[in-house]
Design a protein around this ligand. Structure first.
Ligand code: NAD
Ligand code: MG
Length: 390
C-alpha cells in the first residue's frame, strides 16, 4: 500500500485528489489530510479514508476538528507547526495543494523525507524554486508538476533530449475578461473575476486567471522546473483550453498535449507516474469541437505577464517578492480596497521598492531569506496601497 498525504485536501485540487484516491481504497494508506475553515469536509474525508491525522491551518478551529473526529481514531491538530509536522510523517506520495506561500514549508518538509511531491502549489517554485529542487535532489525526493500546463510539458518531454528543447508554449484561457473592453476592466468586481470560462478552480486562482497573474506565476514555474531561459517561454491565449501546452524542438517539431479540462488528468498522472493508468476523465471530442484557436496576449490587457519576465530577468529572490506582493494585492482586490487593474500596478511598485530594500533580493536561496523577503514584500504592498488611498 502506498502511503499518501494531501495538503489542501478541502480545496478544488484536494477534492479531485481525494476522488481518485477514494476509488482505490486498497491501494493507499492515507497519512495526513489538511484543510482550513471547512472542518466538516476535512473530518468527513479523514473518517472515510481512515487518515492517520487531520490538520486545520486555523488554530482556533482545533476544538471543532476534535469534536468532528470524536471516536474516529483520527488524530486532530492545528496551525502551521502542525502542518509542518504532518509533512514530516513518512509518506510515499504527497499532494501539495495548499493555495499561496503557506504551501511552501509543508512541500519542503515532504521533499526532505524523500517523498514524491505532486506539486499543484506553483507558489513553491515561484518563491523558492532552487531551494525546492535542491531539497529534492539532496534527499531523494521527486517533484511531479500538477499544474495542467506543466504536467503537459513534463509529459511532452518524457523520453526526449532536454537539450533539443527550443521553446515551451503555455496556453491560457484568457480568463473571465478576455473579451471585455479595456475601459471596463478597471471597474471589474471580484465576483466577475471569479467566474472562469473553462476551468472550475478555487477563488484565488480563478481571479489570478482573469488578471493573468496565474500565467505569470506559471511562466516562472516553467523556468524553474524545466531550466528554460525567459525567451524560451511563450504564452498564447487559447480559449478552448484543450491544448494545455506545447514543446517546440530544435528540429522544428512541436509536441502538444491535449485533453479535456479536468484536473484529475494531471493529478492522476502525478499519482501513477511513472506509469500511465486509466483515469475517469471525459475523452476529448475534436470533431465536436471543430476548431482550436490561438492568439498572442495583449500586453496592456495583461500587465501581470510582463512582470513575470521582469522577475526572471531580476533573478534571486524576486519571485518570492513577486508572489507575496501579488497575494497582498489580491487580498485587497477581494476586499474591494483596490481595483482589478491596480493589482499589477501595486506589484510593480513593490518590485521597484524592493531593489533598494535592506533585505536583499540577492540573498542566498535559504528558507529564512525567502520568508524575510515574503514578509517585506507584503509590508511594502500594504504601504504602496495605503499611499494610493491618501
Ligand atoms: P482552493 O482555494 O480550492 O483550496 C486551497 C486549499 O488550501 C484548501 O484546502 C484550504 O483550506 C487550504 N488553505 C488555504 N489557506 C491556507 C493556509 N494559510 N494554510 C494552510 N492551508 C490553507 O485552491 P485550489 O484551486 O485547489 O488551488 C490549490 C493550489 O493549486 C494553488 O496553488 C493553485 O495555484 C494550484 N492549482 C490549482 C488548480 C485548480 O484547478 N484548482 C490548477 C492548477 C494549479
Ligand atoms: Mg495552470
Amino acid at each position: 500500500m502506498r502511503r499518501v498525504s494531501v495538503f489542501g485536501a478541502t480545496g478544488s485540487i484536494g477534492q479531485n485528489t481525494i476522488d481518485l484516491i477514494a476509488r482505490a481504497p486498497d491501494a493507499y494508506r492515507v497519512v495526513a489530510l489538511t484543510g482550513g475553515q471547512n472542518i466538516a469536509q476535512l473530518a468527513s474525508d479523514a473518517r472515510r479514508l481512515n487518515a492517520e491525522i487531520a490538520v486545520t491551518a486555523d488554530v482556533d478551529r482545533l476544538d471543532d476538528l476534535r469534536d468532528a473526529l470524536a471516536g474516529s481514531g483520527v488524530e486532530a491538530a492545528a496551525g502551521a507547526a502542525a502542518l509542518a509536522e504532518a509533512a514530516c510523517r513518512p509518506a510515499d506520495w504527497v499532494m501539495s495543494a495548499i493555495v499561496g506561500a503557506a504551501g511552501l514549508v509543508p512541500g519542503l518538509k515532504a521533499l526532505e523525507q524523500g517523498a514524491t511531491l505532486a506539486l499543484a502549489n506553483k507558489e513553491t517554485l515561484v518563491a523558492a524554486g532552487p531551494l525546492a529542487l535542491r531539497t529534492a535532489q539532496a534527499n531523494g525526493g521527486t517533484i511531479i508538476p500538477v499544474d495542467s500546463e506543466h504536467s503537459a510539458v513534463f509529459q511532452a518531454l518524457t523520453g526526449e533530449d532536454r537539450r533539443a528543447v527550443e521553446r515551451v508554449t503555455l496556453t491560457a484561457s484568457g480568463g473571465a475578461f478576455r473579451d471585455w473592453p479595456m475601459q471596463k476592466l478597471r471597474s471589474a468586481t471580484p465576483e466577475e473575476a471569479a467566474t472562469h470560462p473553462t476551468w472550475d478552480m478555487g477563488q484565488r486562482i480563478t481571479i489570478d486567471s482573469a488578471s493573468m497573474f496565474n500565467k505569470a506565476l506559471e511562466v516562472i514555474e516553467a523556468k524553474e522546473l524545466f531550466h528554460l531561459a525567459a525567451d524560451q517561454i511563450e504564452v498564447l491565449i487559447h480559449p478552448e483550453s484543450c491544448v494545455h501546452a506545447l514543446v517546440g524542438f530544435t528540429d522544428g517539431a512541436i509536441m502538444a498535449h491535449l485533453g479535456v479540462h479536468d484536473m484529475r488528468h494531471a493529478i492522476g498522472y502525478a499519482l501513477h507516474w511513472p506509469e500511465r493508468r486509466d483515469l475517469p476523465v471525459d475523452r476529448l471530442d475534436l470533431a465536436a469541437l471543430g476548431r482550436l484557436t490561438f492568439r498572442a496576449p495583449e500586453a496592456d490587457r495583461y500587465p501581470a505577464l510582463g512582470l513575470a519576465y521582469r522577475v526572471i530577468a531580476r533573478g534571486g529572490l524576486a519571485g518570492a517578492a513577486f508572489n507575496a506582493a501579488k497575494e497582498r494585492a489580491l487580498d485587497a482586490f477581494i476586499a474591494r480596497r483596490i481595483g482589478f487593474m491596480d493589482m499589477a500596478e501595486v506589484v510593480a511598485r513593490v518590485l521597484d521598492r524592493l531593489d533598494a530594500a535592506p533585505v536583499p533580493i540577492d540573498a542566498p536561496f535559504e528558507l529564512d531569506n525567502i520568508v524575510a523577503i515574503d514578509h517585506l514584500a507584503r509590508c511594502e504592498a500594504d504601504r504602496v496601497m495605503a499611499q494610493r488611498q491618501q
